[in-house]
Design a protein around this ligand. Structure first.
Ligand code: GAP
Length: 497
């Protein structure tokens, strides 16, 4: 086995830059409308990216809907506007926003702290204290905030303290002091109009989550599939949020894909299923090769829960910029179905034949970002290694996720090797996404495939001409085995299922 020295960079910003550049160079992700200067918060998936994204979604779909207690759904993106009133999105799906009056930059108040350095924050907090020291009511609020877990944000959350603190801060963009407006609530839903008349009666929203399509179809799915509690409905689809600040590549975008599953249970069974789905979901990421110590749960404190949630946890991944949520698991109680019942006037109660009771089920939600998972898988699989004094960058993607499953390489372009390779390629293409490459030295061709995450390289060489065997090189170990040409598909399928 060749000696491999891992050279993963410790410089966090550098790692992200390298991945963004690899993603563009190799056709994973492009900026949306790039030739027009790009559109902020929107990205396009190129030939390799679309395969990786589809494979992630396919693995999720299989894990969720190949079970007998989960059904699939594909609801429309545009929904009746009352849906978003019932869900609370019209009223509450807002972020507090501030503008810099000088340079016009816009910031989310609750993430402003991340853009300021610790020294500047401490200085501003000290100045604030001096300013309000003689105001008893403010100093009490100040003390409570600074003693809380997230002290700077707690100060910003209080309207009186927030105004004063903002006046002591410098804009992270232009550096000017005391240029922030007061905070305003900004609704994150994109609005459009249905039909030819653009008036308020025709307003509809691009869905900010796929979940509501599942809630409103709960009884349709239950009765048509004759499911009994507990059972779930799974859906993959686009969601849209007019985020104030998009950042960190695919992490926070304005258009993205979600993979959501709502599991309907008897209220008394909620804890059991909440714990069950938490474990199932983190295990899914691990089974697909994500580094175990880069995954963790972040359990939400009771006092920080959304109004509808009884329990909530995030599955977080350690990105180069820190830990970030890739999936949320929530016990949403009967909130959603009760609200839709109230707003639609239609009963959404479930009749339990055993107990002869009619009730609104509780919902355990698993809500993953397909695009965010894509980014986590890409980052997690990226390695730089020194092999025999030469550097290689490699995406050690799980074979199930890899965009191309095998590359077909004739050792040289003569002696009938290209023809034999083409024949093997044609056979494999019937079942797998493969790639033929005869350009350049075979070592260079291996490196190109390493960078694309291709788990197997199949080489037709001189020995093939006499005994019909080929070499199959495994991407991560770089070990090679000889396999008979008629056994290649079996060999690959064993590794891919
Ligand atoms: N139905 C519940 C729900 O939508 P969420 O925590 O707002 O919950 C769930 O979103 C997941 O969707 C997140 O864990 C994340 O992976 C993904 N997500 C949310 N906002 C996103 C954004 N602006 N860009 C990319 N992914 C996003």
């Amino acid at each position: 086995m060749e000696q491999i020295i891992e050279k993963k960079s410790n410089n966090r910003a550098e790692v992200l830059d390298k991945i963004v550049s690899l993603a563009k160079r190799r056709g994973f992700v492009f900026q949306s409308s790039e030739i027009y200067g790009g559109l902020n918060g929107c990205w396009d998936y190129g030939p390799l990216g679309v395969e990786l994204l589809r494979n992630i979604k396919e693995e999720w779909w299989k894990a969720m809907t190949y079970r007998e207690d989960v059904e699939g759904l594909d609801a429309s993106i545009l929904m009746h506007p009352r849906v978003w009133e019932a869900s609370g999105h019209v009223e509450n799906f807002t972020d507090p926003m501030i503008d810099c009056k000088q340079c016009k930059a816009r910031f989310r108040l609750d993430t402003l702290a991340e853009t300021l350095n610790e020294k500047k924050k401490s200085k501003a907090v000290e100045e604030l204290k001096t300013e309000i020291i003689n105001d008893n009511s403010l100093i009490d609020k100040f003390n409570a905030a600074v003693n809380s877990e997230d002290s700077f944000n707690s100060l910003l959350e209080d309207p009186d303290l927030s105004k004063k603190l903002l006046s002591l801060l410098n804009c992270p963009q232009c550096g000017n002091k005391n240029t922030f407006t007061a905070a305003r609530q900004f609704n994150l839903m994109f609005k459009t109009f249905i039909g030819p008349v653009e008036d308020s009666g025709a307003v509809v929203y691009l869905r900010p989550e796929t979940a509501q399509g599942i809630f409103v179809n709960f009884l349709n799915v239950q009765s048509s599939s004759r499911q009994k509690l507990p059972f779930g409905i799974a859906q993959i689809g686009k969601a849209f949020r007019n985020e104030i600040n998009t950042k960190n590549f695919l992490f926070r975008t304005r258009e993205f894909e979600q993979m959501e599953m709502q599991f309907f249970v008897k209220p008394s069974d909620d804890k059991k299923w909440y714990d069950y789905w938490k474990e199932e979901r983190i295990q899914w990421f691990k089974n697909l090769g994500m580094t175990e110590n880069k995954l963790r749960f972040h359990d939400h404190l009771k006092e920080k829960l959304a109004h509808y949630a009884k329990e909530a946890a995030d599955i977080e991944y350690e990105f180069p910029f820190g830990w970030g949520e890739i999936e949320g698991i929530h016990n949403r109680t009967n909130f959603d179905l009760s609200r839709h019942e109230e707003y639609s006037g239609k009963s959404l109660k479930y009749f339990d034949e055993e107990s002869k009771e009619k009730f609104i089920p509780y919902i355990i939600e698993t809500s993953a970002g397909a695009s965010r998972s894509f980014m986590a898988f890409l980052i997690d699989s990226y390695y730089e290694e020194e092999v025999k004094g030469e550097m290689r960058s490699v995406l050690k993607l799980h074979p199930k996720l890899a965009p191309i499953k095998a590359a077909l390489l004739p050792l040289v372009n003569k002696d009938g090797m290209p023809e034999i390779t083409r024949k093997i390629e044609a056979d494999l293409r019937k079942s797998l996404k493969v790639f033929y490459d005869d350009k350049g030295a075979v070592g260079r061709r291996y490196r190109r495939q390493d960078e694309a995450g291709t788990p197997f390289c199949i080489t037709v060489d001189t020995q093939t001409l006499s005994d019909q065997t080929v070499t199959i090189r495994e991407r991560d170990s770089m070990e090679q085995v000889r396999v008979s040409s008629d056994k290649i598909l079996d060999y690959l399928l064993k590794k891919l299922i």
